[in-house]
Design a protein around this ligand. Sequence first.
Ligand SMILES: Cc1cc2nc3c(=O)[nH]c(=O)nc-3n(C[C@H](O)[C@H](O)[C@H](O)COP(=O)(O)O)c2cc1C
Length: 344
Amino acid sequence: MSLQQFLGIELPIIQAPMAGSQGSALAIAVASAGGLGSLPCALLSPQAMREELTALKAQARRPFNVNFFCHAPPAVSEEREALWRAALSPYYKEYGIDASAISTGPGRAPFSIANTDLLSEFKPAVVSFHFGLPAPELLARVRALGAKILASATTVAEALWLEAQGVDAIIAQGAEAGGHRGIFLTEDPTTQVGTFALLPQIAKRVRVPVIAAGGIADARGVAAAMALGAAGVQIGTAYLLCPEATTSAVHRAALKSEAASHTAITNVFTGRLARGIVNRIMRELGPISNIAPAFPLAAAAVLPLRAKAESAGSGDFSSLWSGQNASGCREIPAAQLTRELAGQ
Ligand SMILES: Cc1cc2nc3c(=O)[nH]c(=O)nc-3n(C[C@H](O)[C@H](O)[C@H](O)COP(=O)(O)O)c2cc1C
């Protein structure tokens, strides 16, 4: 059975969930072209999640994917937080920010039992997870709703682990990919390889369908991934300039500029590895910082800087997530982009 038949879609194209850069509008547009649209929930309040799911259900009228992060919430380390704020203090001074008024807090909640209750109202065809999987009892609830379960693997070991937990398909996320790395069994960055190294190795070892992600930006890239054993592709960066995406002005400007040819994997925005366009905070404190608090705690102290800088038109403190191949980013409707990616 093809991935399309398995997921109830027409094209083997999954629009990657991109928290902070899109809501239901992008997913609806992709679904209208026959691809699988995705709704990222990592940054949504329960109320916003309900609104987006309501819009998606009413307007997509086709299968869609709902995506969650499923990290274990970290213990707060006062010491680490203090070190992080000290590292950021020159910037607070520069922007006139009162550091004592900045709250600490998670910002990104992992998948929870409340989420399963909400999903039971909307019954999505597909649910995907990043950073491993939720606890077995939560996963069983999702499965009981009839949803197909997808999750990202960044190594062969992660793919084998996900298959053993019974996922329905594995997203092989190569190192080129924009945004957070799904890495969850190790913290060793030397395990992170490119899509065309990772994909055939995973495809050889698992029986479930494999979806290629990372660096795919046009129909030839899609065809190449299929030739290496992918049953479909998951594409993020190429959708970021579509009018239906909510990509910020500074992010759009960076993607359209020469800056987009300089990306790096960094942990300075959230505490977890993610690929973005190199900017001031990445250059000066990273790209990898050994004092950034654990995911997602690093984010709270950076957010006020981001807000101030963005209001002055600067992306110096913004997470400008992008994969290594931004050449597919075009300001065209997402439905058209989806068809073109499928070679239509
Ligand atoms: C702006 C942005 C945000 C992302 N946010 C998420 C997310 O919320 N959940 C997720 O599973 N993956 C997320 N990703 C990773 C994608 O699922 C996917 O692995 C990646 O976009 C594929 O590589 P590409 O960007 O080169 O197409 C994000 C990627 C980008 C570019």
